[in-house]
Design a protein. Structure first.
Length: 252
């Protein structure tokens, strides 16, 4: 197994890509902290993992709250003794709101989840990783962090920020045995669409112009396999990289 006896924290692990990553990590031998804002979903994921002889613990975590971020990593250490892998997966959409219609409230809400949350998780994990001189951070970015109009202004900017965070951390801590990479998925069949409540028609129309070029929608399990690769020694020479997983959508 590729992650035997490793300890991983996965945010947004109650559904979608986060759930698929947590499930696969546990299957590959990791002890997993299943972190999410919804208690019922994380309990279900833990039940599914343990039913397959995996090891996992559910932890309620709102990544916009510093105390919750601290707690989910402290739980990993107190329950399993250490932390080896952090996956910053939790994220929300922005209703395709363009810059002219963007409010401070929406901007701050999206950045709190998509960019500040990963920063706080990374900051907390680094304290552990620096001391042990090893550790892996995987950020879930987006094709929207590589391109200009796959979503609204706030989401696009927040995912660009995640990519900048990834590259900065990857290089700065490389000599301390720490790797930080990101996955930039294209369209994936998850429930993140549930965070789209009242899409801006102008913004959505502009963002959807390139959808006809998308070869296909991915499945969460396909992203999980990339996250497993990045968490394992198979990717030991990969650091500060952005792995695009989009069936070739952004290659055009």
């Amino acid at each position: 197994m590729k992650l035997q006896n490793k300890v991983a924290v996965v945010t947004g692990a109650g559904s979608g890509m986060g759930k698929a990553i947590a499930m696969l990590y546990a299957q590959e031998g990791a002890k997993v902290i299943v972190a999410d804002i919804k208690v019922d979903t994380i309990n279900t994921v833990v039940t599914e993992i343990t039913a397959k002889s995996g090891i996992a613990t559910a932890v309620i975590a709102d990544v916009t709250k510093e105390a919750d971020v601290q707690n989910m990593i402290d739980k990993a250490v107190s329950i399993y003794g250490t932390l080896d892998i952090l996956v910053n997966n939790a994220g929300i959409m922005d209703n395709f709101v363009p810059a002219a219609a963007l409010t401070d409230e929406l901007w701050e809400k999206v950045f709190a989840v998509n960019a500040t949350g990963p920063m706080r998780g990374t900051r907390k994990a680094l304290a552990i990783f620096i001391e042990k001189k090893s550790g892996i951070i995987i950020n879930i970015a987006s094709a929207g962090g590589l391109q200009g109009s796959r979503a609204g202004t706030a989401y696009t900017a927040s995912k660009h920020a995640v990519i900048g965070l990834t590259k900065n951390v990857g290089f700065q801590y490389a000599k301390l045995g720490i790797r930080c990479n990101a996955i930039a998925p294209g369209g994936v069949n998850t429930n993140i669409g549930s965070t789209i409540t009242a899409p801006n028609q102008f913004g959505m129309e502009r963002a959807m112009l390139g959808m006809n070029l998308n070869p296909r929608i991915g499945e969460p399990e396909e992203i999980a396999k990339v996250a497993l690769f990045l968490a394992s020694e198979d990717s030991s020479f990969i650091n500060g990289a952005i792995i695009t997983a989009d069936a070739g959508w952004t290659a055009y």
